[in-house]
Design a protein around this ligand. Structure first.
Ligand SMILES: [Zn+2]
Length: 235
């Protein structure tokens, strides 16, 4: 998924790599090949790979602002208003949320909202920080739910590690052949609506079954990841 020509937001890039771009590193310090894949993908989008700031994901709800070039930042939501600053994070099946707005300045955010983070409300928390820091009204913030495992494929077991976590979201659980499936993107969209964002887009792509080909932890049973990228390019 590569979104580059978003009306009213010149220079904005929201992207999610696929198998064709190669496996991506979880954070710096892993294989040179994966780092090269990451730098190559980010460069191909028009950013300086030397300015990459990669979020080290911990399935939490920490929100961090990126103002100076920082190579790695431990947080599941990162936000910047620096033009030319690419924010990146690697994910296999967990949905990523992109936020962007323009009030007095440009601002963009990348949020890792896997099932644990979603239950911790990481999306709405990032919206709170975003709205406060950049003095932007919530109805002026735009959101996109990126690729991730969808209700078609995200099966959970009927136990305390699975279905019981979603007891407050019954309308996003489907039962098929006595198997339980959770619509995580649906929950995320509802959370963002409740947080006051009107414009929530959904790419509707499932990392598990999309014909475009994404790395999927559940499908491939390996540690290969895709790369989410968000930022405003320098003009
Ligand atoms: Zn699917």
């Amino acid at each position: 998924m590569i979104e580059k020509d978003i009306p009213g937001f010149p220079g904005l890039v929201l992207a999610f790599s696929g198998i064709e771009h190669g496996p991506m590193p979880k954070a710096n310090g892993t294989s040179p090949k994966k780092l090269a894949n990451r730098d190559g993908f980010v460069s191909s989008l028009g950013f300086d790979a030397g300015r990459i700031c990669q979020a080290k994901l911990v399935h939490g709800d920490e929100v961090a602002f990126v103002s100076d070039p920082e190579k790695i930042i431990e947080a599941d939501a990162v936000i910047t208003n620096s033009v030319g600053q690419p924010l990146v994070a690697a994910a296999a099946d967990c949905p990523m949320i992109f936020l962007w707005a323009h009030s007095s300045e440009w601002a963009v955010s990348l949020i890792h909202s896997g099932w644990r983070g979603t239950l911790k409300n990481v999306g709405p928390k990032a919206v709170d920080f975003f709205s406060w820091r950049y003095v932007v009204k919530r109805d002026q913030i735009n959101a996109l739910v990126g690729p991730g495992i969808r209700g078609c494929c995200f099966e959970v077991r009927n136990d305390e590690n699975g279905l019981r976590n979603f007891v407050h979201w019954p309308s996003f659980i489907a039962v098929r052949n006595r198997r339980y499936f959770v619509d995580l993107a649906g929950i995320i969209t509802e959370q963002l609506h409740r947080a006051g964002i009107h414009n929530v887009l959904d790419c509707k792509e499932c990392t598990h079954c999309s014909p475009k080909g994404y790395f999927s932890f559940r499908k491939h049973n390996n540690s290969f990841r895709n790369l989410a990228v968000a930022g405003f390019k320098e003009s």
